[in-house]
Design a protein around this ligand. Structure first.
Ligand code: FAD
Length: 285
């Protein structure tokens, strides 16, 4: 199976990103969420990989369980942080033996004790090197990360886009974007990507905001800006979690409707392991 197979001309498919919970109760609750979301017919579910490789086994165990028990195409995220070439080879080959060959290949965030990322001995510095290595093992399909507003470490958008092209040229089948809250950032990014010769599907990453407090925690660190009117609406209801959640859903729904109308290939939802927002959004869509 390849990522590209999900994005046939004219379809508008959705997929979900989940993170591996640390407790058995958390995993049970995630399975309930996923069972509920299966009814929306997602193209695939992807399982994140913890910072510093902290969730190595949790990620692989969860991906295998989702694949076996829910029978949804499953992708696992993998980063350059904390693994050398040999360990990477073993990890991805183990998942392939379990029938999972979809990889979201990333560099990973810089560990807190480093200013610039220092790759492990015999490891990789940038995601394009990881993509090339996994490609050389054969039998995998890869997605890579793209940044409509630019990656926080990149000096400018042009350089960042050239680095994205290295990942695609190394063998990535699709790009999944960082979350964004203004669709113009996405459409502009796609236009610029096409001009420099990136031709693969670019899947918008959408996160329905749950609260104003979440902005500091999640959107700020990844450099995703919040439109003023959305921020103001959330601030106005900052003591009302239900109202903030509905504002987040309405905003994400507006984004999805426009993305669909203007020809985006689908949408990848950052669901934060919760069903409600995305389920009501999808039924409205
Ligand atoms: P790269 O593509 O390697 O880019 C990193 C920086 O280096 C960029 O500024 C880029 O412009 C520059 N660069 C890239 N290649 C070169 C080169 N050859 N020479 C010079 N400069 C270069 N993090 C996790 O830890 N776990 C996850 O599961 C996870 N999932 C994610 C899923 C998505 C869809 C997205 C968008 C992000 C995810 N992240 C995850 C976050 C990601 O790891 C960070 O954003 C990280 O800082 C960069 O990863 P990357 O793969 O984009 O890196």
């Amino acid at each position: 199976m390849r990522f590209i197979d999900f994005y046939q001309q004219g379809s508008f498919v959705h997929s979900f990103e989940v993170f591996p919970p640390k407790t058995p109760q958390g995993i049970d609750s995630l399975f309930n969420v996923l069972k509920e979301l299966c009814s929306t017919n997602p193209a695939f579910v992807s399982v994140t990989y913890g910072a510093m490789g902290s969730s190595r086994d949790l990620t692989s165990d969860l991906a295998i369980r989702i694949h076996r028990e829910l029978n949804i195409p499953t992708a696992f995220h993998f980063t350059c942080v904390g693994s050398d070439r040999n360990e990477i080879g073993q990890y991805v080959s183990h998942l392939k033996e379990e029938g999972i060959n979809l990889v979201v290949a990333l560099r990973g965030d810089v560990p807190k004790d480093q200013i610039n990322f220092t790759p492990p001995l015999d490891g990789f510095h940038y995601a394009n090197e990881l993509v090339a290595y996994i490609r050389s093992i054969n039998g995998f399909s890869m997605a890579v990360a793209g940044y409509p507003e630019k990656h926080i470490e990149a000096p400018n958008q042009r350089t960042d886009l050239e680095n994205l092209k290295r990942k695609v040229d190394a063998g990535a089948d699709i790009v999944i974007t960082q979350m964004f809250f203004d669709n113009e950032d996405y459409f502009d990014f796609v236009d610029r990507a096409r001009i420099i010769g990136i031709e693969v599907p670019i899947i918008p990453g959408i996160m329905p905001i749950l609260s104003v407090q979440q902005i500091d925690r999640i959107s700020d660190p990844v450099g995703a800006s919040i439109p003023e009117d959305l921020h103001a609406a959330l601030m106005e209801h900052q003591n009302d979690p239900g109202a903030m959640r509905e504002i987040g859903i309405a905003h994400a729904l507006g984004q999805c409707r426009e993305l669909k109308e203007r020809g985006a290939p689908g949408v990848h939802f950052y669901i934060l392991n919760k069903a409600y927002s995305v389920k009501s959004l999808l039924s409205a869509l």
